[in-house]
Design a protein around this ligand. Structure first.
Ligand code: ATP
Ligand code: MG
Ligand code: MG
Ligand code: MG
Length: 477
């Protein structure tokens, strides 16, 4: 059908509006009043209280195109970006929601109608997954959509039970996969629930929201069963445009056309420079949207995630021969390409550019020294003939003196067949924090000092308080 991402977004919202859904604006990337969550990672986040029955609005059906970030926290796709064809750190999630109104049957009907009638996808290429014991969903897919039983798969908790984070609304889900064709299969055994390759591309997740996951681990039923769905706009755009990768859709081709022009290195999917183009394009989007939503580079919490994205993208620039600060330009290009749909981006573009440029400039002063030290260290370890592992102490030193985030060490070390002792790194980090705390206490301004320090720890800029616990679970923080 060759629809652009923008056209699909409009079609989706119009379709659900015509079926009685209130079109609601995307919430910001920083979840409002929700200290348990690092970033908005799904469309349902802004409706959490409605699902829990803690808030009422004058509508029971809603539809959105939600800005999402999946870097850090329970859903963390950073390491996948540039390596799979389907993962981005920033993406838009199209969703329709029912707050105690319709349930499984209508949700399935709407999804099927939108994909096969509005987008005109070939029904023969669509496959369905349902939660292990969800006979009802399996029956409805056959009855409502006419999907034959042999194209309905039953999967377990990991794939077909959805939760936003460690607590909050959740439930069994049913997903729609699109068969991209045998030519993209990962091998002879490739199949749904067997591999994680991109042949059967997951495009849409319908969550049958039934429970609230409590901190104690207990799951209690929600006041009324509800519907929460999420479809990745970039993924469905790829399917509509007949391309296999998110990065081959019109929007990404435009961004990478720009990085190709800047660097003089053409985008070639299979080459190593292709990964660099993809990482830079992906991170440029995240960076532009994060700053427009009020996140600034820092050493803590959300700001540290932003700092890592900037530094990681900047490092990948080296692989394209980009030595001078360039990311502020690629992020600016994102604004040019996406500004029509996101006015906030346009409004804050000059500020955004300045923040990125300053961060790049600072990092560029130390990047080469750090890279040289890392390469020396790798050579030294290789000569020792022992375990090919970079010590936590060394990674921490790189971070401490050159601002080298651990994921850059990972990227480089892994490619040359080394592992990195991340636990050791985290231990050094933790003891540095402790020392910093002790230093504050001894400053003679105990009261002021501890208040300030607490605020710092909580990531005062964005009011995030869940950092310490998330840090243990996530590689990004
Ligand atoms: P995957 O298994 O491919 O990692 P997921 O199961 O984690 O996806 P969900 O949490 O079900 O994804 O999110 C709903 C939809 O959002 C997905 O079906 C997909 O279309 C889209 N989506 C999820 N993660 C990403 C991402 N990192 N980049 C682009 N789109 C995404
Ligand atoms: Mg995922
Ligand atoms: Mg999945
Ligand atoms: Mg899913």
């Amino acid at each position: 059908s060759n629809l652009t991402a923008g056209e699909i977004r409009t079609k989706f919202l119009e379709f659900f509006r015509s079926h009685g859904h209130n079109v609601v604006e995307s919430a910001p990337l920083i979840p409002k009043d929700d200290p348990t969550l690092l970033f908005t990672n799904a469309g349902m986040v802004q409706f959490k209280k409605l699902f829990l029955g803690q808030e009422k609005r004058d509508y029971v059906r809603a539809t959105t195109s939600q800005k999402c970030l999946r870097v850090g926290g329970k859903h963390n796709d950073l390491e996948n970006v540039g390596r799979t064809a389907r993962h981005l750190t920033f993406f838009e999630m199209l969703g329709n929601f029912s707050f105690g109104d319709y349930f499984k049957e209508q949700a399935i009907g709407f999804a099927w109608e939108f994909l096969t009638k509005e987008l005109k996808l070939d029904p023969e290429r669509l496959y369905i997954t349902v939660y292990t014991d969800d006979d009802e969903a399996s029956d409805l897919w056959q009855k409502v959509a006419g999907v034959p039983l042999e194209r309905i798969y039953r999967l377990g908790e990991k794939d077909n039970f959805w939760s936003m984070g460690d607590t909050g609304p959740c439930g069994p889900c049913s997903e729609i996969m699109y068969d991209q064709g045998e030519h993209v299969a990962c091998g002879p055994d490739c199949g749904i629930g067997v591999c994680e390759c991109d042949r059967f591309l997951e495009i849409w997740n319908l969550v049958f929201m039934q429970y609230d996951q409590l901190e104690s681990g207990e799951r209690v039923p929600l006041p009324r069963p509800s519907i929460d769905t999420g479809m990745g706009l970039e993924r469905v755009a790829a399917v509509c445009q007949g391309v296999y990768s998110n990065f081959d859709i019109n929007l990404f081709q435009d961004i990478m056309g720009y990085t190709a022009k800047l660097s003089g290195v053409a985008y070639n999917t299979a080459e190593e420079t292709g990964t660099a183009h993809r990482v830079i394009a992906d991170h440029s989007r995240s960076i532009a949207f994060m700053i427009a939503d009020g996140i600034l580079p820092s050493n803590e919490g959300r700001g540290y995630v932003l700092r890592r994205l900037i530094r990681r993208a900047f490092r990948f620039g080296r692989l394209l021969g980009l030595r001078d600060p360039f990311l502020h330009k690629t992020a600016f290009e994102v604004v040019r390409l996406m500004g029509d749909a996101f006015p906030d981006l346009v409004e804050r573009k000059d500020f955004m550019e300045k923040v990125v440029r300053e961060e790049e400039e600072r990092f560029s002063l130390t990047l080469d020294k750090g890279l040289a030290m890392l390469n020396e260290e790798l050579e030294r370890i290789a000569e020792e003939n022992g375990k090919r592992e970079v010590s936590g102490e060394f990674s921490f030193k790189l971070y401490d003196t050159f601002g080298f985030p651990i994921d850059i060490v990972n990227d480089i070390a892994e490619k040359q067949g080394f592992t990195v002792d991340e636990n050791g790194y985290n231990e050094h980090m933790a003891s540095q924090r402790k020392r910093a705390k002790a230093a504050w206490k001894g400053s003679g301004e105990a009261d002021l000092g501890s208040v300030f320090h607490t605020l710092l720890e909580q990531g005062v800029r964005s009011g995030f308080t869940g950092y310490e616990s998330l840090a243990e679970k996530s590689r990004v923080i």
